[in-house]
Every structure is written in C-alpha cells, then in structure tokens.
Design a protein around this ligand. Structure first.
Ligand code: G3I
Length: 458
C-alpha cells in the first residue's frame, strides 16, 4: 500500500507541478486584474509564517491592504513595513505642515484590524525628505553655524515626536495595542569606499550636524516611542534600528559596524542592526551568513529588512529555479540564526510591485499572485522531510483521500497536457516571464513541489 501511495503521490505531484509551473490552467491570470476582471484565487499553501520561528514581513502600500493581494499577504506574513508611506516626505504638505499621507492610515488600520506587526520605515534618511528640512526660513541652506544646527536638531526632534504622537493618538500607545513594534531610526548613514569621515555618508544631516545626528535621532526616538508615547509599564516597546544596504560586502560592513560600535560606546539607545539584503544571484549566500555573524556579539538584535533577489535579465525558468535555491539557502541561514533575528522582511509582495522588477522578478510570488520556486525554497527549509504524500492526506497507511486526490490530479495532469499541446502547437507563448509553457521539466517541478530540492552547492 505504501508503494501505491507513493506512486499516486508522485503522479499527483507531477500533475500539480505541471499545473502550477506551466500556468496552463489559468493562463488568463498573467497580470493583476483590472477593476472589472475577477481576482486570481490565492493558492492554499502552507503559510510562510508557519515555517519560521521569527516574524516574517513584507513591504507594502495601500494596494496590498484589500482584495486578493491582502489575502495573499495575510496568509503568509505577520508583519508589514511601509515601503514609502512613513518616509519623511510622507508626513508633510507643500506648506511644510505636518499632514500625514492617507497611505499611513490605510496601512495602520489594516495592520490593527488584522493583528499584523508594523516595522516602521524610516525616521531619518537623506532620501525622500523635503528639501526645506535643510533650509532656513528664507530658503538658504543650513550651515554648521550653531543657530543653523539648532534649527535642524529641532526639526529632527519635532518630526520624530510628531510621528510618534500621531501613531499613538490614532492606534494606541506603543506597547499598549499599537501595531508598531520597531522603527528604522536612521537609514543608510555610511558609504563604502569613503576614505574620510570614517565612512559617514556626506548627507545634509551629516553636513550640518556631523556624526552626532545619528545619536540624536536614536535619543529622540527612544524618548518619543519608548517613553512619552509608550503605554504605562510597557518596557521599551519599540525596537530602534539602524539600517543599511550591502552589509553583505566586507568593506561596507566594516564602516557600518564601526559606526555602530561608536554609538554603543557613547551609550546611544540603539536596539538593532538592519541588513537590507538587496542582493542578487551572484552574491554568495554565505555572505549573508557572514553579515549576520560579524554583526553579532554586541547585545543587539538583527533584522533582515528589505530582502529581494533579482534573477538578472531576461528571467527564465532556470533562473527562477536558481532563485528558489537562493531563497532556500538564505532562509536556512536565517533559521540557523533565529535567536538573533527580530524579523525577516521581503521588499514587496509580488514581482511587479518590486522597485527592482526590471532586473528580473526578485520576489516570492509572481504577478498572478502564485508561488514561485522562491516560495518552495523558503518553506523547504522548514522540515527535513515534508513528503507530498503527507500533504495529500496519509503517511503510514493509504488514505482514501489520497486515491481521490491522486485521481483528480491525474485528470488535471491529462487536461493540462492536452491544453499545453494545443497551445504549444499553436505557437502561443503564454506568460513569458514566470510560467512559460516549455523549459520546466516535470522532474524539476516535482522537485520544487515536493520540497526535495537537491543541494545547490552554494
Ligand atoms: O509617489 C510618486 C507618484 O506620485 C509619481 O506619479 C511616481 C512617478 O514616478 O513616482 C512616485 O514616487 C515614487 C515612489 O517610489 C512611490 O512609488 C518615486 O518616483 C520612486 O523613486 C520611489 O521609489 C522608492 C525608492 O525607495 C526611493 O528611494 C521605492 O518605491 C522603494 O521601494 C525604495 O525603498 C528603498 C528603501 O526605502 C531603503 N532602502 C533602499 C530601497 C530602494 O531604494
């Protein structure tokens, strides 16, 4: 019976694999629906969040707070980062008045209603910030004169406190029901390759205030989020992060960690080290492990804050499978270091929503909201053995459901094959990007779906 079970399971897997990877069953769902088109059904897959012990997040805007995209998000993730909505420019109107973007309320309402954690992004950054922050009232640039420095300190203070007050007034005090659990306080403060200024980025923040702007940002954020607007008795409810990219590169990591060590030596209230991990298939996964390992031992938590892995162009079945291996190996690294990790976040829900989509779909779900090999790679690391037979409803003995499922899926396989033959012979390319009809063998697809990807040698 076990043999029969395995045969059915394998055939069923092949059917499923073909259906999922070829995309022939729902070839019309190649793009997100327009207002009049039906939304694609969300696959009933094991939630990613159930396969990891750390919170798993995704960067979003209000487009992901309703409809099928929100359904996909809520199935797999338990934390969200506002991709753009909480950057400095999003809090002010053209008259320089504090006027929070409606995007912020959309995201916070969605998080509160669905019990999602919010990882705030970002309080102090050189990018996406109004130019007037660095100007006097008459429009001339701030200098290092003490009066100008005071203007910028006050602006930073008032910005951080206004953000904390707005979030706490509307969604509860921090640690008392507010979904915000962390914030990127300072983003991208260092640059690699700089031979002066200890690698500090020559931003307007640095030009006017020097390195101490970083200290000030953390002190103000601690006072605002963890004291003034914290729930009574809540112990340090909002984790305060520094965040940067290319921490997988030794030269960048060295200046980043040196800054963090100086902050710690000065008693700056920093809680966490963020690694953006905007990487690519050419970056060895071992580099990610080194980034996390080298950053450890400081009494700080760490977070993967913005992960994405473009395949390069043009993307193909082969590169998407390689991307699946990459995500699998990266999540193995993360699982092995779970004790140090505050959360792991991917920078977007599906490929077309990525700022790097033109470099080859970098995310976990495709534009029809279907799981890519990247998804199967991520969940693959969850268990040593995750046989598809169990997934279908039996392990030791053969469940009747297995026969039913196997028969149904064999029928699917046959139907899919017929459709594929018809489309292929008619020269219909189908969805060129993620699910081209040709190029993925049943073996490859089965390997993906049965979560038995062989070692990649990475
Ligand atoms: O909002 C305007 C819209 O009104 C306008 O019509 C449109 C036309 O291009 O632009 C819109 O703004 C864009 C904004 O995203 C919102 O979509 C900007 O042009 C675009 O530059 C901006 O890109 C963001 C980028 O940061 C800016 O630096 C990306 O979405 C966002 O993913 C990216 O995120 C950063 C992290 O915050 C920090 N780490 C690096 C990462 C990539 O730069």
């Amino acid at each position: 019976m076990r043999v029969a079970s395995r045969v059915f399971a394998a055939l069923a897997a092949a059917g499923l694999a073909f259906v999922v990877v070829s995309g022939v069953v729902d070839s019309s769902a190649a793009a997100l629906p327009t207002a009049s088109a039906p939304e694609p059904p969300i696959e009933e897959l094991t939630p990613i969040r159930d396969t990891v012990v750390f919170p798993v997040g995704v960067a979003i805007d209000s487009r992901e707070t309703e409809g099928a995209t929100s359904e996909l998000l809520l199935r797999h993730f338990d934390q969200v980062t506002p991709e753009n909505a909480m950057k400095p420019e999003s809090w002010y109107d053209a008259a320089h008045e504090f006027a929070p973007s409606p995007e912020i309320a959309s995201l916070m309402d969605f998080a509160a209603a669905n019990d999602l954690r919010v990882y705030g992004h970002v309080l102090v950054w050189h990018n996406q910030i109004p130019a007037w922050f660095f100007e006097r009232a008459d429009g001339t640039p701030l200098t290092t004169a003490p009066a100008d420095q005071q203007i910028l300190k006050d602006r930073m203070h008032d910005h951080i406190f206004a953000v904390a007050k707005y979030l706490s007034d509307n969604w509860g005090s921090f640690g008392g029901g507010n979904p915000v659990v962390a914030f990127d306080v300072v983003n991208e403060a260092v640059v690699e390759g700089a031979s002066d200024n200890l690698g500090m980025r020559p931003s307007d923040w640095y030009r006017v205030l020097g390195e101490r702007y970083v200290d000030l940002a953390f002190r103000y954020a601690d006072e605002a989020f963890n004291q003034m607007y914290a729930a009574p008795g809540a112990a340090h409810p909002v984790a305060l992060f520094i965040n940067d990219y290319n921490t997988d590169q030794p030269t960048k990591r060295a200046v980043y960690l040196a800054l963090i060590d100086r902050l710690l030596a000065r008693g700056v209230p920093i809680d966490g080290i963020g690694h953006q991990f905007h990487v690519g298939l050419d970056v060895p996964v071992d580099n990610l492990a080194r980034a996390l390992d080298d950053s450890g031992g400081r009494g700080l938590v760490q977070a993967v804050t913005e992960m994405d892995v473009p395949t390069g162009t043009p993307p193909s079945d082969a590169t998407f499978l390689e991307q699946g291996y990459y995500y699998r190996d990266a999540f193995r690294v993360f699982r092995d270091r779970a004790d140090d990790l505050f959360s792991v976040t991917v920078w977007g829900l599906y490929d077309a929503r990525s700022w790097r989509d033109s470099q080859g779909g970098p995310l976990v779900f495709d534009d029809a909201l279907r799981a890519k090999p990247a998804y199967y790679g991520i969940v693959e690391g969850h268990a040593d053995e995750a046989p598809l037979a169990e997934f279908l409803g039996g392990s030791g003995s053969t469940s009747p459901m297995l026969y039913v499922a196997g028969a149904a899926l064999l029928a699917s396989l046959g139907a899919a094959w017929l459709v594929w033959r018809r489309r292929h012979s008619a020269g219909v390319a189908g969805r060129a990007k993620v699910h081209p009809d040709a190029g993925v063998s049943a073996d490859e697809a089965l390997a993906t779906l049965s979560r038995r990807l062989p070692p990649s040698g990475r």
